[in-house]
Design a protein around this ligand. Structure first.
Ligand code: RIB
Length: 325
């Protein structure tokens, strides 16, 4: 029996006749043989491993992205390493150094805060990088994301169509381009409807429930008149609804609320949340496909351009026409 046949069977890299496979399996068990991944990597120059750097695994939006990445990585027999960076540059640098040492074949990243010069120190030639959702300072990395600006515009247009004009916005973290893209969409919709811009209606959030809660409390505390809120993500919208209820406002009778993401929970909040759906699973798969193609190309840099997905409006019970209270 040839070593090639044994290698094909052990690495499940191709067909091996039943009786031959049975003989190999018996021998492997008798010898207690285990394939040596490191030895194989030295020969194939690949580890069949990809890494996914995420800012915050506690936000329910990200597990949907991970699921899309995981499904395709499994289909293509890649091992997936998840790294939670907390948007901390030191953690990002630590992970990139570790991934370089482990010689991962490719990297997916959501919103690295490290500058290009530092990212380049670790993604030496031959390690392709693909950006998912949020942007990163690395020009050769294609970005797979939803149309953040257009999604925010659609969310705000929905409230305008219901007759609302005093529409507040709880933003995402202002340092993120994603937050600025959604703010721009909100402002563009108001401007197109000739609604006068009122800075008092814009409060800063941080993509958390607490940020949404505090943002609405600030609006109420400053006695700003508003009949609707567009929150930059679903967790902020959930916090906004809690604050409105805590201060005796009914949703949607007194105040309509729209979020962004369409996390699994959005259909189960009270009332169920109107929001912008992010096709997270499809985007995860798409980014992974681009990355694995770049690994196969061996050029060290993906040939793909950015891929932008549409985010449809999902209307539920947290919005209603003005004056329906
Ligand atoms: O909810 C977390 C937010 O950060 C999402 O809207 C997603 O786009 C990510 O960037």
């Amino acid at each position: 029996m040839s070593t090639a046949t044994v290698s094909r069977f052990v690495n499940r890299a191709g067909p091996v006749a039943g009786p031959t496979g049975k003989r190999i399996e018996t021998a492997v068990l008798a010898l207690g043989y285990r394939p040596n991944g490191i030895a194989r990597s030295l020969v194939t120059k690949t580890t069949h491993t990809i890494a996914f750097l995420l800012p915050d695994i506690t936000n329910p939006f990200f597990p949907s992205l991970v699921k899309g990445v995981q499904l395709l990585a499994n289909e293509r027999s890649y091992v997936l390493l998840l790294c939670s960076t907390l948007s901390d540059p030191r953690k990002e640098e630590e992970y990139l150094r570790l991934l370089q040492a482990k010689q991962v074949d490719g990297i997916l990243a959501v919103g690295l805060v490290l500058p290009r010069s530092q990212i380049e120190r670790f993604t030496s030639a031959g390690v392709p990088l693909v950006s998912l959702d949020r942007d990163i300072d690395y020009p050769s990395a294609p970005r797979v994301h939803v149309n953040h600006r257009k999604g925010a515009q659609v969310a705000t247009q929905h409230l305008l169509a219901l007759g609302h004009r005093a529409i507040a916005h709880v933003s995402g973290p202002p340092q993120l381009r994603v937050s600025r893209e959604r703010l721009a969409g909100y402002e563009a919709a108001l401007s197109a409807a000739r609604v006068r811009r009122d800075e008092r209606l814009r409060v800063t959030g941080d993509f958390s429930e607490d940020g949404g809660y505090r943002g609405v409390e600030r609006l109420l505390g400053e006695a700003v008149h508003f009949t609707a809120v567009f929150a930059a993500n679903d967790l902020s919208a959930i916090g906004a609804i809690a604050a409105l209820k805590a201060h005796g406002r009914r949703v949607p009778e007194d105040v309509s609320v729209v979020g962004f993401d369409d996390i699994h929970l959005a259909a189960y909040t009270s009332p169920p949340l109107t929001t912008i759906h992010q096709p997270a699973l499809e985007m995860g798969r798409c980014a992974t496909e681009i990355l694995i193609q770049a690994i196969a190309d061996g050029q060290g840099r993906p040939r793909s351009n950015d891929r932008v997905f549409e985010g449809p409006l999902i209307v539920r019970d947290s919005t209603s026409p003005l004056g329906r209270g």
